[in-house]
Structure formats: C-alpha cells, structure tokens
Design a protein around this ligand. Structure first.
Ligand SMILES: NC(=O)c1ccc[n+]([C@@H]2O[C@H](COP(=O)([O-])OP(=O)(O)OC[C@H]3O[C@@H](n4cnc5c(N)ncnc54)[C@H](O)[C@@H]3O)[C@@H](O)[C@H]2O)c1
Length: 506
C-alpha cells in the first residue's frame, strides 16, 4: 500500500467556505508512526468561534427557517444520504488520512469509515421517521383541552470530539444534530483533525446549506473553551476525558446550557471458568488492544476465574506476542502507534508506576525492538495487581491490560464495580443465566456478553458515574438535539369561569 499521500491543506470551514483563522495560526500534523511533520491544520480562537456561531445562527433562521431548521426531516435526510455516499466514494482517502493522523491500523480505519457512512444513513432514516412523529397527541383528563407535541431542533450546537475515532466520534454527533435540524460547530481534537476537515469538503460537494455545519480545528483551551462558554450556543456535546467534561460543565452552567458528556472509562471484562479459552482470550485482546488500546470503553481490567488463570494467561501472552505491530498502512497491521509523544510518555509512565508499586509486567509495555521510530508500545499485560494501584484505578488510554483473579461470582462483581467510571463492561461464560445475573449487577451503561467492543449505531451508547451522562446513537442520539414543545389548546366554547366577572356598567 502506498504510504505517502498528499495531506490536504485546509482552512476553517465556516458558513460553507474555507476561511483563514483570524489570528492566522496553524498547528503541525505529526504522523505518530514516523514522528515526522506531514502537514498542518488551522488553529481557531475565540474570534473564529464568534464568526462560526453567527453563521450557524443565520443558517437556522434563513428563509424563516424553511431551508433547514423547520424543513421536513425528509428534506434534511437527502443531505445526510448524499454525505454518506460521498464518504463511501472517498473511503480510501479517508481511511488513509485517519491511519496517518492518529496511527490507527488501516483495516480499522476503513471499518470506521464504513461506520461513518452507516451512521449518516441511519440518521437519515431517523430524520424521515421524525416527520411521522410530529404533532403526536397527548391524552388529557379534561375534554375541554387538546394537546400535542412538536419536536424542534435545539438550536446552535457545539460538538467537541476526541482523536481516537476522529471522524466517527464527530459523526455520532454531527449526523443526529443535522437530522434534528440544528446548526452545528464541530471542534475536533487538535491531535487528529484531518478527516473532520475533509468532511467540510464533502459538505461543499453535496451543497449542504451554508452555516449548517461549521468546522473549527484548534486547541481545546483556545477553540473548545470559547465554544462551550459562548452565550449564543444552545447546547454542548463532548466526547473526551472526564477532566475536560468537568470544565465544560462548569462553563455551560454559566448560561444554564444543556450538555451531554461521553467521557472516559476503566471497564471490566469478567471471564468465568466454563469458557472456551482461546475464544475468550481473543475477545480479551480485542477488548483492550483494538484501536491501539485507545478506546474509551476498553475492557482494560481483566477479572479472571482463578481456576483457569494459569492456562488463560499463558495463552493470552502468546496471542498478544503474535499481534502484528507496524506502520498502520502496512498489510495486516493490528496495532499501530499511540497518537502522540505525550501519550507515549504517559502510557510508559503508567507501566513504570505499576512496576514500582509491586505489579508484574507479564508481557509488553515497552517499545518493540523492530521499531526504532514512532510512538509504538507493545501491548502490556500486568498481573499481581492490588485494587489501590494507579493502573487498576485510572484510565491509561493505551495498550495496557491489568489482571486480577477471583473465586466467586460475588467477588467478581465487586471487583468489576470497583471504579469511579461506568461506561462498558463484559462477561464471558457459557452459563447464560449467570451472564444475565452479572449483566444486571454491572454498574455501567453498556454490557457485552461473550464479546467485547462491537458497537452498532442503532443501540444506545453512554455511561454512568464519571463516564458521563446522556446517550448517543439510536433514537436517543437524535433526542439529544431535539427540544420538545407541548401545545395545549382550549376547545370549549364556554368561558373559563375562574374569576367572577365584574358587574356590567350601568
Ligand atoms: N465515552 C465515549 O464514547 C468516548 C469515546 C472516545 C473517547 N473518550 C474519552 O476521550 C478521552 C481521550 O480523548 P482526548 O485526549 O481527545 O480527550 P480531551 O478531553 O483531552 O479532549 C477532547 C476534546 O476536548 C477539547 N478540549 C480540551 N480542553 C478543553 C476545554 N477546556 N474546553 C473545551 N474543549 C476542550 C479537545 O481539544 C478535544 O477536542 C479519553 O478519556 C476517552 O475515554 C470517550
């Protein structure tokens, strides 16, 4: 596969056109496999946020709202389907850009781009279905009144996204926001923005009305923070770390602005003693090391029945050593580099701290010998863990799996829920009654049974506790961008009759 492709040079996408940032700053794009600068992206600041918010507000109001916000869902669905088709047409370009920008293995990037197109298509279906749900009657206990409900776009929305699934995480927000009739400002992560900028070009090509989607790349504090605090933005949706979630909630609270937060995790995978060990080993690896280990829902705490621990761990190490670590564009790559030097140092420090706290690094956790450049880390498997250790408690967001054993179902559940987070969870057992009990006991928003990580845009996605609140995907994703208006009509010919009418003038 050709590894050098031209990296498009773009400006900010505002009001349907490419615009240079007011302060003209740019941020380098570094390929994490080579550590080379391969391009740059524009760096927006508060001044650009202001311009984009004005453009979005204008797009909502254009032609009395008839062009977008109050058009039918079916009208908007046509644009969503056209975007999906264009992205599919450009799948190879998008997949390569994703792999170069964030280090994701090409096969995974290609899978993401299929999911992006699928998510736009699915939200087009939801937009069409929305038309049929409008004016739904509400049963009232008084026959002198009639009531119905209208669902309207919430307004101008700020969408702030991370770097691990750059275009897919953006799509989880952009597609339902547009389906609902909102006008959006997308602020992707400064560490991987290339495909999100290309989405701007797609919007131009399909003739999306100007200002309906604006794309501002830039640093979190410089571009994300002013977006979150902007008084003319009606809602903020973030996917990111818990620390950023907390800052965004604080900023949004000043204007009583609604937020939805998809944050980090430290998810468990519980493996019982009745499993097919090879199959369970593969799901355990996929659950933690897919996306180079940088998955919010990574099942990064393996809770393993003690009676199979030895055999399971022997196999786990053998399978882990067999994972192909290489440049993401190399055929068959299954683990690329982590996204940046900062992330590389952070992950290695987690491993070192675990070692110094008395844990055993059973495998990996260091630079692979055959790769002298790039932010590559061999998948780490860590045992002899205590529940007070940092690696058990904190999200690593890298290829690091920690392991604890258990002897009873109760103990497994207690270990699984021993976290401030509550995003994903997985149970592997051939006893489906047991899977059912454990499923109900997990304190998390997502449960995988006999697998880990598969994600479908039809099913709700989101967490509890410090993993955030609100649900993306499915019809819940669309609801995030809709405001519900009740319309109550008095239909009696009689006067209301609460107050005594004044005496007629003599
Ligand atoms: N729950 C989910 O669905 C999900 C999915 C993917 C990633 N994540 C989480 O995302 C994190 C990794 O992504 P990241 O490192 O990009 O997260 P991050 O919180 O550092 O950044 C996320 C986004 O927020 C922006 N940002 C940073 N500071 C900001 C501020 N003060 N105001 C407004 N915006 C600001 C960043 O520029 C970026 O666009 C992990 O914790 C991971 O678990 C969650």
């Amino acid at each position: 596969m050709t590894t050098t492709i031209p990296i498009p040079s773009r400006q900010l996408f505002i009001d349907g056109e490419w615009r240079e940032p007011v302060k003209k700053n740019r941020i380098s794009v570094i390929n994490p496999s080579t550590e080379q600068i391969v391009g740059d992206i524009p760096a927006a600041t508060a001044e650009d946020v202001d311009v984009a918010v004005k453009a979005a507000r204008k797009a909502l109001k254009r032609n009395g709202g008839k062009d977008w916000a109050s058009a039918t869902g079916a009208h908007r669905a046509k644009y969503l389907r056209a975007i999906a088709a264009k992205i599919t047409e450009k799948k190879e370009l998008f997949s390569k850009l994703e792999a170069i920008d964030c280090g994701k293995p090409y096969d995974e990037a290609a899978w993401d781009i299929d999911d992006v197109a699928g998510c736009f298509e699915y939200n087009a279906d939801l937009a069409e279905a929305l038309d049929k749900k409008q004016n739904a009657p509400i049963e009232l206990p008084m026959d002198t009144f009639k009531c119905h409900v209208i669902k309207e776009p919430i307004g101008v929305v700020g969408l702030i996204t991370p770097w691990n699934y750059p275009l897919l995480m953006a799509t989880w927000k952009v597609a339902p926001a547009l389906a609902a009739g909102c006008a959006a400002i997308l602020k992707p992560s400064e560490l991987a923005s290339l495909t999100c900028l290309e989405l701007g070009e797609v919007c131009k090509e399909v003739g999306l009305p100007a200002g309906v989607l604006n794309i501002l790349t830039g640093l979190g504090p410089d571009a994300g923070a002013p977006l979150a605090a902007h008084p003319d933005v009606d809602k903020i949706a973030l996917t990111g770390s818990s620390a950023t979630g907390s800052k965004i909630m604080t900023a949004a609270a000043q204007n009583v602005k609604p937020v939805t937060l998809e944050l980090g995790g430290k998810s468990p995978i519980v493996v019982f003693d009745d499993v097919d060990i090879d199959k369970a080993v593969e799901w355990t690896l996929f659950g933690c090391f897919w996306t180079n280990g940088q998955i919010c829902s990574a099942t990064s705490r393996l809770i393993l029945h003690e009676s199979i621990a030895k055999e399971f761990l022997d196999k786990l190490v053998k399978w882990a050593k067999n994972i192909k670590i290489s440049d993401p564009l190399e055929e068959g790559c299954r683990l690329g580099p982590v996204v940046s030097s900062g992330q590389y140092e952070k992950v290695l420090k987690f491993v070192e701290t675990a070692r110094s706290e008395g844990a055993t690094i059973l495998s990996g956790g260091q630079r692979p010998q055959h790769l002298k450049k790039g932010f590559f880390i061999e998948p780490a498997i860590i045992t002899d863990i205590t529940t007070s250790m940092q690696v058990w408690r904190e999200e690593v967001f890298g290829p690091v799996l920690c392991v604890k054993t258990f002897s009873s179902e109760e103990e497994a559940i207690e270990l699984a829920n021993d976290t401030h987070y509550g995003l994903g969870s997985a149970v592997i057992s051939n006893d489906l009654d047991r899977c059912d009990r454990v499923t109900r006991a997990f304190d998390a928003g997502i449960v995988w049974v006999n697998c880990s990580q598969p994600c479908f845009c039809q099913a709700p996605w989101g967490g509890k506790k410090r993993s955030g609140f609100g649900r993306e995907l499915g019809e819940w994703g669309l609801d995030n961008y809709l405001s519900v208006k009740q319309v109550t009509r008095y239909i009696s010919n009689d006067a209301w009759g609460w107050y005594t009418p004044p005496s007629p003038k003599l």
